[in-house]
Design a protein around this ligand. Sequence first.
Ligand code: NAD
Ligand code: DAU
Length: 366
Amino acid sequence: MRSFKNILVTGGAGFIGSHVVRRLTNKYPETNIVNLDLLTYAGNLENISDIEHSENYAFVKGNICDRDLLINLFKKHNFDAVVHLAAESHVDRSIANPGAFLETNILGTAALLEVAKAHWIHENGAFKNAETGSTNHNLKNVFYHISTDEVYGSLGEEGLFSETTSYDPRSPYSASKASSDHIARAYHHTYGMPIVISNCSNNYGANQFPEKLIPLMIKNICDQKSLPVYGQGLNVRDWLYVEDHANAIDLILHQGASGSTYNIGGLNEWSNIDLVKYLIQVVDEKLQRPKGSSDGLITFVKDRAGHDHRYAIDASKIERELGWKPSETFEVGLEKTVTWYLENSEWLNKVVSGEYEKYYEQHYGK
Ligand code: NAD
Ligand code: DAU
């Protein structure tokens, strides 16, 4: 088991990142956590307001593409690990406007890798023995790149993605994530840099921006607005509770083998239409509405361009090697998620109206 003194987390004001930053800050009080986030529309500091005064936590607003900023942060904090979550993450936005995805997900990841590599070689020496070419298994440092199952493409009715499935990304988002996975892997093979990568399925839980399926549907059922189901709603996704993902990230960071990839999934496949019907049931019940009262809101709309049919994960490697498996049932995880959204309608209204820029200014100045 590795331990770290100073960890750089990127994207820690976003959905998954906020759960990861909270976990690391609270669980490892001896480790300093620096959260670097650009606070795009998808990130806001209220997601992690409960830890903002923790002694071992600091926030920096900035862009992972900004090399000078990265170099200064590495000099100042001497990070021994990077947990890289910052990304443009929404497939529909990548179809409408791929540019930001290419910049942040590819060039931003490349900048982080290069700055971390230079800093660690400067501090600790080369990762590979210059004469023999063998990798020095330097467990002092880890660069952990968080990725997605979408890099593997689309499945038919059968089969699962394993760590050896060939890459076949099909949207600008998944292509940008696949590129960054390849670059990270190339840094391990070429320079011997200690890299771990994980590829996870669809997450759900508190603090997810309401453009993704589950929070969007919860919000619209509450507001009695139409529920836009792409195509016929027959596409299948595997859903994992975000805390289970944060737990897997914690394990991989501290125990994952350098140079390894781990697939993470929920063993929990749902077609979109069945999931939307289930959500209607849960939300209506919570709001004490008569059964079926929101069924008529379902609206089949034009399909997503290039819509991947099915994702499903073989997560046996992480279970075998690190003892991880999902601990939350979908029934309970979804119930908690719906309750969180019902109790945080103010958060919902603020994120959709861009109110959180004001929160940053009040706490950190312009
Ligand atoms: P998110 O969109 O909720 O959050 C992304 C965060 O990154 C935001 O806080 C944003 O401000 C920040 N960010 C964006 N561009 C930045 C930049 N240039 N510099 C610094 N910060 C920047 O994303 P998420 O859903 O929490 O996903 C986090 C990571 O996990 C991503 O890498 C994503 O590809 C991956 N992932 C997500 C899922 C999922 O279901 N959401 C599943 C598997 C993998
Ligand atoms: O698989 C992991 C990926 O899951 C992550 O890498 C991405 O960051 C994350 O956004 C998610 O991608 P998806 O495209 O699967 O998630 P989304 O919530 O956008 O859509 C889930 C499914 O629901 C998908 O088949 C499209 C469909 N959908 C989505 C929306 C927003 C609808 O039918 N209607 C909608 O309004």
